[in-house]
Every structure is written in structure tokens, then in C-alpha cells.
Design a protein around this ligand. Structure first.
Ligand code: DGJ
Length: 741
């Protein structure tokens, strides 16, 4: 029997069910010899087909573009024969271990009696309509011998073409079961060859891409850092089929694990040339003890596939994120002035008063007070003390934050604050009072990362403390309008004085973190919060459910940022990218502002030291940004030129009606005679519309090489293109696109 569920826009479930019934009837005869049943989940562009074999195995036999005729999926049964597959495990939808499977398992357990085998068989399934746009297939698998079960979840966002996969694991054995490995997803893909683009990095060097052809065996991307899990490797990746990834053509899969802790993603090219992707929490030092009748719900593995290249796949993810994942993804953001690089730890009320005035003068919405405002017994005058002692330092701020928040309001700006609530300094009152709240191995030397240690968030008392830190700030300062949540240390000496099973630690830490964030969001659902981890050490879709934006990197040299922002743009929508203009880099202010505008604009400069002309430029640019930000934040993004392939980068944002757009063009190679020798072809426009192109963000009084009166058809701009005339004298050019007919 074949079951299909197609989530049509605005169609009603009854109608779907009737269609399925008709299809199922037509397929039954042809499938019975080989396959018991096919379970088909379709979005508007993609489809997953699972197959229940006669012996009860559940296989993933298709993940790819949706077929025109649902009846064609039955052909899959004959295209991939079981005869090629000695044990029937190559295409398992969730591969167990210790039985007939000898490939990398999705799940591996030690039963209550010590036995290590698992062989999961199909028991039942259901299609769930979450709403008109979201459908979910849930399949229950059960071990043939043990009372051990796994629910596989496949959730599809029809319009956005995004799939979330996760597993719910439970058992009814006599004692506890050890989960040795517990992936979120196990995908099986077929192609002649596969190319993987993945990311490595470090502090001020985030999102460095590498692309390679996958060979037989296993390629793994993973993290064992615990907290800043994405610092060395990023948990999102780009996979392309039959050649390196291309922007507008070819089949690609973009995916990532929505989890802010250790992750492990294995890409196994098996002897049959299938590519098996096993994505989930890293089981490194994490054999998880699961008690009888408890449930273990894995994080979601989020992905989209496209047969029109990575541009389309990115837009899928951006749309999904803005609508369903990123906090307030459809909303607005605050421009701000941050004082980190302007003052570091050295400030007092007078200095801050003048910064508040500068905030207003510059024309941004909010002043963000960074690190250094707290600690009395051990004042926070450097990064060596006071984390955990979240009380205003009485010398620096004798009148407390309350007076600053009020003063900000009287200056007509909002006020935000920096915190790093998961951390503790060895030199702090908190550590003196609660040494048992700290992650460390008794009897071993303490190892510090940025002179600090991590609090044990698996402990509910610590969770209460972290929640209270934030809650107190909001309660005492009702006008507080923004939080920057930092996380600067990785976990050394992983050990929880609270937990009985140390194998649960890394997982329960993240669960504890999410529990705190849930509580904060339940009480303060809309306060904007920046996700920072000494830069981009923790940018992932698990965390972004609670945050409105992320800090890509402490490296704010605009030239470096062009490359990083470009890479982040594959996965995350631009309104989530906090881009600040700082003193990093020796480029003129125009270049810095132009680069920071490609996202959520902010500043971290000494406004009073800006030359008059530079200040005037920034003030004007902020007004321009105000007008354009709806397009940059909510429009569709089209990458026109990749800075790693050309001497320049070019990115276009266009609104849904295709009548307004912005194009950012940046020169990235400053050698002689570089520039844009040929026009840059636009994308995503309406070919029959005429557009006026106008250069904006011109530095005071400078004239443009581009005639603002000229109009071009969308057809011309997409087929021939437009030359922004980048050169060593025009290193960045921002163009505004307006449809005139
Ligand atoms: C690391 C962050 O990335 C910086 O922006 C700043 O907030 C410092 N921490 C403060 O300690």
C-alpha cells in the first residue's frame, strides 16, 4: 500500500485524506511483492519516501525533488533493489547497531541486561496536520526483542521547503538503558558523487569554508567544546550532488543541527555509493542514562534541498527561520551604539552620560552597555574577576543601572546591557559561595578559558540563579530594552557535582540552558537579545529560537566581515546578523558602514572623536538605512558575486513585490586594476518591470558615476547586468533599485 500526504497551501485535511486514499488504492497491487507500504511526505518542492519492507525494516528510499506524479514513487521500489544490499541496512531510515548493521549507526544502546544489540522494526505511523503549512509524519519503530522504541519525526514546512527531523527514544526495560549514540536524523542519498562544504574557525576567524569531494568512508564534522560548540567547526553545512555547489543550479542540501552543544555529523559513503548522513548530538563522553519510561527527545536536524542551487536553498532557510525559528523573525530590530571598543572596562557614570548623548546624536535607537559594569568585592575591571557577581559596581555606577536607564530615556534612546550569566570567575563571590555550582574535576588543576569557568547548568539551582540574574535586571530596570548574552569559555574538566550520571552532563547542560531561556522568554517574550559567544562561537538554530540576532565575530574589519557575512548568509537571514562599525580596519567610514548595513546595523566607536564629515555621513546613512531596512531584513536575498571567486562581492535584496531592492557591492581585492570589468547580472527581478538605479550612501558631497535618471528593464538587468564601477577609488557601491513601471 502507498500512502501519500501532500501539504497544499490552504487546503483542508479532509481533502488530503481523500486524495491519499485514492492513490493508496491504485498502488496496492504493484507494491505488495516487494514492499509492504510506502510513506510519502511532500512539500511544494521536495519529497521524502520511506518504505516499509516485507520484513518490517523501514528504509529511506528517496529524498529529493518532488515528482510530478505521486504514482511514480512506487517505481523507487524496483530502482533500488534489496538484492544489492546484503543485510538490508544500507538504506535504513534509522540504523541500529549490534545486529546485522555494520555501517555507522544512527543509534546504539546498552540494554538494561547489558546486551548491545538493536534491530528496529516498523510498528505503525501517522500523518499529522500541524496546520495548513506544516505536516508531520511520525513512524514508530520497535526492537524485535526488547521493549525499546523510537519515534521518527519528519516535519515538513510546505511553503518554505524545509524539513525538520528528530527522534523520540523510550523504553520499558527493567532497569536503565545506556544510550551510546542517539542521532536526530539518518538520511540516505543517491548521486554519482557528493561535495561537502563545511566550516572551520576560531576566535576572530569564524566561518572559514572548505569544500571537498566525499570519498568512501566517513567524513565527520563535530564539536567537543561543550559551550562555544561552533567555535572550531560549524554545525551547518552545504552538500551538493554531482559537483561543487553552485549558486543557481544543481542539486544541493543545506542543513544544520538545532543544538547549542556538542554535535557530530557523519557523512558516510558506503560500499553501494549511498551517502548516509547521520546528524545529532555528539556522543563523545556522553553515554546517556535513560530511565524506564523516560523519553529522550533529540534536537532537530533542519535541512532543505533544492535542485536550483544554493541561492534557492538559502532563501528557503531564511523564510523558514524568519517565520518559525528566529525570535521575532518577522519583526524589527534596534540600531545601537555599543561601548565595548570605545571604553573596554574603563568607564564611569560621566563617561556613560556622554555616550548616551552621543547615541542620540548619532541617530541610533539604543545604547548598549557592555562588560565591566558589575562586581564589588572583586570589581570587573578586567576579564579576570567578578563573573557571577551581577550587581552594579558602586564605584563606576554609584546610582546604579536604574539611573542610566532613566537617563537614556530622557535622551530619547533605549538602554541595553551585556551579561554572561553561564560563567563564573574564580575570583568572585559566587565561586566562594557555591564552589559546587562550578564545572570542574575535584582533585585536578582548574583550567581556564578567558580566565573563567562554566557554571553547571544541569543543576536546577544554577538554572534558577541564571534565570534570576536576568529577571532581577528586568524587574529592577523595567525600561531595559535589550540584552547581549555572551559566552566566552569552553568546557574543560567536564564534570557536574550535581549529576549522578556524568554521561548525561554535556546534554543536560544544554537542556538546562534551554530551560532557562524558555523561562526568560515566557516572562519576557519580546525583549531583543543578541546571541554572542566571544564572536560567533554559538550560532545555531537551537539557540536562535530565543534570540533576535547573533554576533558573527569580534573581527569587525569590514574586509574580513564581507567574507564572513557572505558565508553566514548561506544559512541565516540577514536581519539576524549584528554588524557593527568599529575602529577595526583602516578603510574609510563609508566602506565600514556599507558593509555593516548588510544586516543589522550598529556602531562601536567613539562618536565624539569622529571627524565632522564622518559623523554627518553616519547620520545620513542611518536615515537611509531606516528607509531600506524592511527590504534588507525581510526581502529575498540573491548572491550575485562571491568574494572568494571574484575581486568583489555583490548581494541583492529585493522585496516580495519585486519593486524595491538594494544591492551591496564591495571590492575585496585591492591590487592594481581590480574592479568590476563586466556588468554584474542581477537576479530575482520582474523582467517586464522597469527599474531606476540610484547610488546611495555617497560620502558627503561626492558625486556618483551612475546617472540616477536612467531606467533599465528587469530583463536587461538580469540578462546583461549592471556595472557599479567598483575600483580602487570606489571600493563599495550601494545601489537602490526602484520599479518605475
Ligand atoms: C566577547 C564579545 O564578543 C565582545 O563583543 C565583548 O562583549 C566582550 N566579550 C566583553 O567581554
Amino acid at each position: 500500500m502507498q500512502r501519500t500526504i501532500v501539504f497544499m497551501k490552504h487546503c483542508c485535511f479532509v481533502l488530503i485524506a481523500m486524495c491519499c486514499y485514492l492513490i493508496a488504492g491504485a498502488q496496492q497491487k504493484e507494491l505488495t511483492n516487494q514492499v509492504k507500504e510506502q510513506l510519502i511526505l511532500e512539500g511544494s518542492e521536495q519529497a521524502i519516501v520511506l518504505q516499509v519492507e516485507i520484513n518490517g525494516d523501514l528504509n529511506m528510499v528517496y529524498l529529493g525533488p518532488k515528482l510530478l506524479h505521486s504514482s511514480d514513487y512506487r517505481r523507487l521500489a524496483s530502482q533500488y533493489k534489496q538484492a544489492d544490499d546484503y543485510t538490508g541496512m544500507y538504506r535504513a531510515a534509522y540504523t541500529g547497531s549490534g545486529s546485522r548493521n555494520l555501517l555507522e549507526p544512527a543509534i546504539s544502546v546498552r540494554h538494561a541486561d547489558g546486551n548491545q544489540s538493536l534491530d528496529l522494526k516498523y510498528l505503525n505511523h501517522e500523518f499529522i496536520t500541524v496546520n495548513h503549512n506544516i505536516g508531520e509524519l511520525r513512524v514508530l519503530l520497535k526492537d524485535a526483542l526488547y521493549p525499546f522504541e523510537v519515534d521518527l519525526h519528519y516535519r515538513i514546512y510546505q511553503k518554505e521547503n524545509v524539513i525538520e527531523q528528530w527522534a523520540t527514544i523510550r523504553h520499558h526495560e527493567k532497569g536503565a538503558v545506556e544510550l551510546v549514540k542517539y542521532s536526530s536524523a539518518n538520511l540516505n542519498l543517491k548521486a554519482d558523487n557528493f561535495w561537502l562544504k563545511h566550516y572551520h574557525g576560531d576566535w576572530i576567524k569564524e566561518m572559514q569554508p572548505e569544500e571537498e569531494k566525499l570519498t568512501h568512508g566517513i567524513k565527520t564534522i563535530d564539536s567537543k567544546l561543550g559551550t562555544r560548540a561552533n567555535l572550531f567547526q560549524h554545525s551547518s553545512f552545504l552538500l551538493s550532488f554531482n559537483g561543487p555547489a553552485k549558486e543557481d543550479e544543481g542539486s544541493v542540501l543545506i542543513g544544520g543541527l538545532a543544538w547549542s552543544g556538542n554535535f557530530k555529523i557523519d557523512f558516510e559513503k558506503d560500499p553501494q555509493d549511498n551517502l548516509r548522513i547521520l546528524a545529532g548530538i555528539n556522543n563523545y563522553a556522553s553515554t546517556y542514562i535513560l530511565q524506564k519510561n523516560e523519553e529522550f527527545i533529540t534536537p532537530k536536524f533542519v535541512y532543505t534541498i533544492s535542485d536550483q542551487g544554493i541561492g534557492n536553498a538559502s532563501r528557503n532557510l531564511h523564510n523558514w527561520a524568519r517565520r518559525y525559528q528566529l525570535l521575532d523573525g518577522g519583526g524589527s530590530r534596534l540600531t545601537l551604539l555599543n561601548n565595548w571598543e570605545a571604553t573596554y572596562f574603563d568607564f564611569n557614570e560621566d563617561k556613560l552620560s556622554s555616550l548616551l548623548k552621543d547615541t542620540k546624536k548619532l541617530g541610533v535607537d539604543l545604547f548598549l552597555l557592555d562588560d565591566g559594569w558589575f562586581g564589588n568585592k572583586y570589581p570587573r575591571n578586567s576579564d579576570t574577576a567578578a563573573l557571577g557577581d551581577w550587581e552594579e559596581n558602586r564605584e563606576k555606577l554609584p546610582n546604579g543601572l536604574v539611573s542610566l536607564v532613566k537617563e537614556a530615556a530622557s535622551n530619547g534612546v533605549k538602554f541595553g546591557i551585556w551579561v554572561e550569566p553561564e560563567m563564573v570567575s574564580p575570583k568572585s563571590e559566587l565561586y566562594e559561595k557555591h564552589p559546587d555550582w562550578v564545572v570542574k574535576q575535584e582533585g585536578r588543576p582548574e583550567y581556564y578559558f578567558r580566565n573563567q569557568l562554566v557554571l553547571d547548568l544541569s543543576n536546577p539551582k544554577v538554572q534558577d540563579f541564571v534565570f534570576k540574574t536576568l529577571d532581577d535586571l528586568f524587574v529592577k530596570n523595567p525600561g531595559l530594552a535589550y540584552v547581549k548574552w555572551d559566552c566566552n569559555a569552553v568546557i574543560y574538566n567536564a564534570y557536574s557535582p550535581y549529576l549522578k550520571s556524568q554521561g548525561n552532563f554535556y546534554v543536560d547542560y544544554v537542556k538546562g540552558l534551554y530551560a532557562v531561556l524558555e523561562r526568560i522568554r515566557a516572562k519576557y517574550p519580546r525583549i531583543p537579545m543578541m546571541l554572542c559567544s566571544g564572536g560567533g562561537g554559538r550560532v545555531d538554530y537551537g539557540a536562535l529560537r530565543y534570540f533576535t540576532e547573533y554576533w558573527p565575530s569580534d573581527n569587525t574589519d569590514p574586509l574580513e566581515r564581507i567574507f564572513m557575512q557572505y558565508e553566514y548568509s548561506f544559512f541565516y537571514p540577514t536581519l539576524a546578523s549584528a554588524n557593527h562599525v568599529t575602529d577595526w580596519g583602516d578603510q574609510p567610514i563609508k566602506f565600514k558602514v556599507d558593509v555593516a548595513m548588510m544586516g543589522k546595523l550598529g556602531f562601536d566607536i567613539v562618536v565624539s572623536k569622529l571627524p565632522k564629515e564622518d559623523l554627518a555621513f553616519c547620520q545620513q546613512a542611518l536615515k537611509t538605512y531606516d528607509e531600506l531596512k524592511p527590504i534588507i531584513w525581510q526581502g529575498d536575498q540573491f548572491r550575485l558575486a562571491n568574494p572568494r571567486e571574484k575581486d568583489y562581492a555583490s548581494i541583492l535584496y529585493v522585496n516580495e513585490n519585486r519593486d524595491s531592492g538594494v544591492i551591496f557591492n564591495y571590492l575585496v581585492n585591492y591590487r592594481q586594476n581590480t574592479g568590476t570589468p563586466v556588468p554584474i547580472k542581477f537576479k530575482g527581478l520582474d523582467p517586464v518591470k522597469s527599474y531606476r538605479l540610484e547610488e546611495i550612501n555617497l560620502y558627503n558631497g561626492e558625486s556618483s558615476l551612475i546617472n540616477p535618471g536612467e531606467t533599465y528593464t528587469g530583463d536587461f538587468l538580469m540578462k546583461v547586468g549592471f556595472n557599479p564601477y567598483l575600483s580602487s577609488k570606489r571600493k563599495s557601491v550601494v545601489l537602490k533599485l526602484t520599479a518605475v513601471s
